[in-house]
Design a protein around this ligand. Structure first.
Ligand SMILES: Cc1cc2nc3c(=O)[nH]c(=O)nc-3n(C[C@H](O)[C@H](O)[C@H](O)COP(=O)(O)OP(=O)(O)OC[C@H]3O[C@@H](n4cnc5c(N)ncnc54)[C@H](O)[C@@H]3O)c2cc1C
Ligand code: FES
Length: 259
């Protein structure tokens, strides 16, 4: 189904930390079609700088009129987005890309690192509310400050995440992938999003345990349409994959994690 361009309205902007923001947008056309794992391309300014739209996972779809985005301000586009005001129009194209596949007969573990946590709330909501299979959730970030506001969202859904921080300020001290091994005998499938080293490690653990793993990749993107090669990753069998066109969600065995 083709993506839509929609003039959405910003209901609210929440600043969760110094550089992490959550946008709640009235976007009925995109919200009705959205599936967990898909993303939107956001025009971050009414002007032309930056010219290119920026991709963001659909963090949540609390109802059929609303989508929520979660992002860290790391550059020009995201800093402009962090400064917009409630009531302003935001131009989106979406929903784009493929989605996580899930069904009510399987037990899932969702693993998110940093802003890779973004697409997992929508997935957890779908699993919990529509498939009635509460997933196991593992969340990791550098510090407690980054994780605190996000944990609450999963708790509201009835999922109780296990957490890790790089500095040990909350939960396990270390990488979130270190929380996975004890769960590998309890789940049927893993869905992961985050930094490449995290996804590579999770892919390796799942391969050894013979458990399917879906990985959502957040590469640099330019056109978002499969035309510019800006989002290319190496496939396992010497192919090139475009994250915008073939993903962003891949079976982990499709990706050449170590080169
Ligand atoms: C499918 C997809 C979903 C995404 N979902 C989210 C999300 O939910 N929340 C979120 O915070 N981010 C997400 N991202 C990443 C987000 O698109 C970038 O952070 C954003 O485009 C940066 O724009 P900018 O103009 O602020 O930064 P730029 O000015 O373009 O870049 C600033 C700096 O950040 C680096 N950078 C830019 N993009 C990335 C990237 N993708 N990965 C690593 N470094 C990068 C640049 O190299 C540069 O050093 C997603 C990316 C993809 C492809
Ligand atoms: S962003 Fe241009 S090909 Fe994917």
């Amino acid at each position: 189904m083709p993506a839509l361009q929609e003039q959405t309205c910003l209901q609210s902007i929440d600043q969760l930390t110094e550089d992490i923001f959550r946008l709640t947008l009235t976007a009925p056309q995109i919200a009705r079609k959205a599936k967990p794992g898909q993303f939107v391309m956001v025009k971050t300014t009414a002007g032309f700088d930056p010219l290119l739209r920026r991709p963001f996972s659909i963090h949540d779809r609390p109802d059929k009129e609303t989508i929520v985005l979660l992002f860290k301000a790391i550059g020009k586009g995201t800093m402009l987005l962090g400064a917009i005001q409630a009531g302003q129009a935001v131009d989106l194209v979406g929903p784009m890309g493929n989605n996580f596949h899930y069904n009510g007969n399987k037990r899932y573990c969702l693993i998110g690192g940093g802003m890779g946590i973004a697409p997992l709330l929508f997935l957890a909501r779908q699993l919990q509310e529509y498939e009635n299979v509460p997933p196991s959730i593992l969340l990791g970030a550098q510090t407690a400050e980054e994780l605190h506001p996000l944990i609450g969202d999963f708790n509201v859904l009835g999922c109780n995440p296990q957490v890790s921080t790089d500095d040990g300020s909350l939960g396990h001290c270390g990488y979130v992938s270190e929380l996975l091994p004890p769960l590998l005998t309890e789940v049927d499938e893993v869905c992961v999003c985050g930094p490449t080293p995290l996804m590579a490690k999770v892919a390796q653990l799942c391969a050894v345990a013979a458990i399917p793993c879906q990985s959502s990749l957040e590469t640099h993107m330019a056109c978002g349409l499969g035309a510019c090669l800006g989002c290319t990753v190496h496939g396992h069998d010497a192919t090139y994959l475009h994250v915008c066109k073939h993903g962003p969600v891949f079976d982990a065995t499709q990706i050449q994690w170590v080169r």
